[in-house]
Ligand binder design. Structure first.
Ligand code: ZN
Length: 209
């Protein structure tokens, strides 16, 4: 199977209302706000968060997760918004794609990737289903969650480093196959661990009173 172009940047002016990011006593470095527009599986959602948290935390960055519906009075150190369109479940099967679009998109303004991303669940699920075989089908929702977690981790690296740079290995490669999305492990490259760690050191210094 042909590897799929991973993500695309949308040049857009940002006009979304977001909660103000303020210094807070939260134990996490970054809160990911989930805006899920279509049907989803709880199993896949939980696994997605677990997988993305595990990938990103190797750089020392701690993630926290919340739903968009729950953020009205919350206070965060730093936040990103991750939207999901399509159906984020193993069943029913998504429509077959003739054209291979990206798994996700981020927004770019003034040359910097902004903290807004959108995952195309139908696209991810379609790719994962095509890569599954044998016993994989007994763990469909878990594998969908794993794949979504890797897509989210990939976009988080773009957003947290404000950069569209890709790596030659690991989860930050420019293209990944469905097989790579559900393989046993897909960590950050050493380069990406360093980039994220450096970015967070800068952010923590800036937030210090
Ligand atoms: Zn990318």
């Amino acid at each position: 199977m042909r590897p799929v172009c991973f993500c695309a940047c949308l040049l857009a002016s940002i006009a979304l209302s977001m909660p103000a990011a303020q210094p807070a006593p939260s134990a996490s470095d970054v809160t990911v706000i989930l805006d899920i527009k279509g049907p989803y599986s709880q199993t896949a959602l939980k696994e997605m968060q677990r997988e993305a948290t595990q990938i990103i935390q190797t750089s020392g960055v701690r993630l926290d997760w919340t739903r968009k519906e729950d953020v009205s009075h919350a206070v965060f150190n730093d936040l990103v918004v991750m939207s999901f369109k399509g159906s984020c479940t193993f069943d029913p099967a998504p429509p077959l794609y003739d054209e291979l679009g990206p798994y996700a998109v981020t927004r770019t303004a003034n040359g910097e990737v902004q903290p807004f991303g959108e995952v195309d669940c139908d696209r991810v699920v379609s790719s994962v289903r095509g890569a599954m075989f044998g016993g994989d089908f007994a763990h469909g929702e878990m594998l969908i969650g794993r794949a979504l977690g890797r897509v989210v981790a990939h976009e988080l690296v773009h957003m947290l480093t404000k950069s569209g740079i890709h790596a030659h290995e690991g989860v930050q490669r420019a293209s990944l196959s469905g097989k790579q999305l559900i393989a046993q492990s897909l960590p950050l490259s050493a380069m990406d661990v360093d980039r994220l760690a450096a970015e967070r050191r800068t952010a923590r210094t800036a937030n210090r009173p």
